[in-house]
Ligand binder design. Structure first.
Ligand code: HEC
Ligand code: HEC
Length: 388
């Protein structure tokens, strides 16, 4: 090396030049990377919170500290534990958000490439007065950034970085982060998908049990339900639940269950009111499912009860509180599945799967004889309860 001192110097100078010129370019490249954050985050003048908090003045800001944004408990806790957004913490977070802040609701798998993270960091710094723009050195610690909006919380936080998040930061600098993101994620080996977020689970988790578990807060009267029903349901189900054409009948049919063509309605057949609430909320009005408010569904359920003479007052109000006091007439005809106590199952004998009938099997009846298939679509008898 000492034989080419000049060459080394030149190389060093070139390297320096490269470093400084790259910084400006970094931010431009970083803007492109930011496209992947844009669905959820805004940055720049007038940026507001969206799915995620705005990212202005991010550097030196305590995690989870934007007033008015609803963070996950995990992010709030990380901030209280001393997590501050700097080059290193951000790099680690962006490489694998769920690793740095376990339980964060940021539904983003992570950026795989170190240079993407570096460029993005340079870009975000252009919106942070606290970050010397383009500086290649790590951002100043939070204590040097008195203007950070996070000040109040970072004061409250202990100075010693004893929390898991802060400790992890020290142990895993930016270089290691890229490596970490190549690991097999805990939820699978194919690098496909991600665990559902709490909000996503909540949106699907709407079932209601007969004992009332899962009912949302809310209430609605028969009279309110009648108005909603006329507007949104009667076109198919008829003004009184008698059904238009071949759409399903919602009322009546009591006492027909033993008939050859029973009319199965909420009043005559259904065992539990929870199913009515669940069904309407989940699936009705047909073609515009999930458009009703919880109160609307209480009102409509009350109206369906009224149509079936199960409640009789127009000012009857159905609510989460009195819901389970309502019983449907046919409940008792439904029994728990007691299969395991039936002799065959109770004896725990392997079922016969071959040559079970001794001797020759004979055909004694054909399905056609049972006459289950209607002769024509105009057959008046076939309109009950079904659709085409
Ligand atoms: C699918 C939406 C989504 C995407 C995509 C997304 N984020 Fe987030 N981000 C969030 C949410 C939601 C939070 C709040 C997390 C919490 O409270 O746990 C968050 C939090 C953050 C935070 C912490 C902010 C604070 O105030 O503490 C940073 C920094 C961040 N995101 C940066 C990014 C960057 C950079 C990208 C792109 C590489 C990105 N996010 C992509 C939704 C997203
Ligand atoms: C466009 C026609 C249409 C409209 C409007 C409509 N429904 Fe339905 N409804 C249906 C159909 C079709 C079914 C049966 C769906 C199936 O079996 O898969 C049904 C089934 C039902 C059932 C279950 C009936 C049973 O015994 O199986 C209830 C309860 C119900 N609807 C209530 C409502 C309420 C309340 C509204 C108004 C908010 C509404 N529907 C609006 C077409 C409609």
């Amino acid at each position: 090396m000492s034989r080419f001192p000049n060459a080394v110097l030149v190389a060093a100078a070139a390297l320096l030049a490269a470093v400084t010129s790259v910084s400006a370019q970094d931010a431009a490249l970083g803007e492109k990377v930011f496209a992947r954050c844009k669905a959820c985050h805004a940055v720049g003048e007038g940026a507001e919170n969206r799915v995620g908090p705005h990212l202005n003045e991010l550097f030196g800001r305590t995690a989870g500290s934007i007033e008015g944004f609803k963070y996950s408990p995990a992010m709030t806790k990380a901030g209280e534990g001393g997590l501050v957004w700097e080059d290193e913490t951000l790099a680690e977070f962006l490489a694998k958000p769920k690793d740095l802040v376990k339980g964060t609701k940021m539904a983003f798998a992570g950026l795989k490439k170190e240079d993407e993270i570096a460029n993005l960091t340079a870009y975000l710094k252009t919106f942070s007065a606290n970050a010397a723009s383009g500086a290649a050195t790590p951002a100043a610690p939070a204590s040097d950034a008195p203007e950070a909006p996070a000040e109040k919380k970072s004061e409250a936080a202990p100075d010693a970085p004893e929390t898991k998040a802060a400790a992890a930061t020290e142990a895993a600098p930016a270089e290691a982060a890229a490596e970490v993101s190549e690991e097999v994620p805990s939820h699978g080996v194919f690098h496909l998908g991600r665990p559902a977020t709490e909000d996503e689970v909540a949106a699907w988790d709407i079932d209601i049990r007969p004992d009332g578990a899962g009912l949302p807060e809310g209430r609605g009267t028969v009279a309110q339900g009648e108005t909603l029903f006329a507007d949104q349901c009667a076109s198919c189900h008829g003004d009184f639940g008698e059904a238009v054409g071949r759409w399903p009948v919602l009322a009546g049919g009591q006492g027909t269950l033993m008939n050859e063509r029973p009319e199965k309605t909420v009043g005559s057949f259904w065992p539990y009111l929870s199913t009515v609430y669940d069904y309407i909320r989940r699936a009705m009005p047909f073609g515009n499912a999930r458009s009703l408010s919880d109160d609307d569904v209480y009102a409509l359920t009350a109206y369906v009860l009224y149509l079936n003479d199960i409640v009789t007052e127009e000012d009857f109000e159905l609510s989460k509180e009195n819901f389970t006091s309502i019983r449907l007439p046919n409940e008792d005809n439904f029994i728990d599945d007691d299969r395991l106590s039936e002799p065959h199952y109770a004896a725990n004998i392997e079922p016969c799967m071959k040559d079970c009938k001794p001797g020759k099997a004979e055909i004694t009846k054909h399905a056609a004889v049972l006459d289950v298939t209607p002769d024509s679509v105009d057959d008046e008898e076939n309109t009950g309860g079904g659709i085409d």
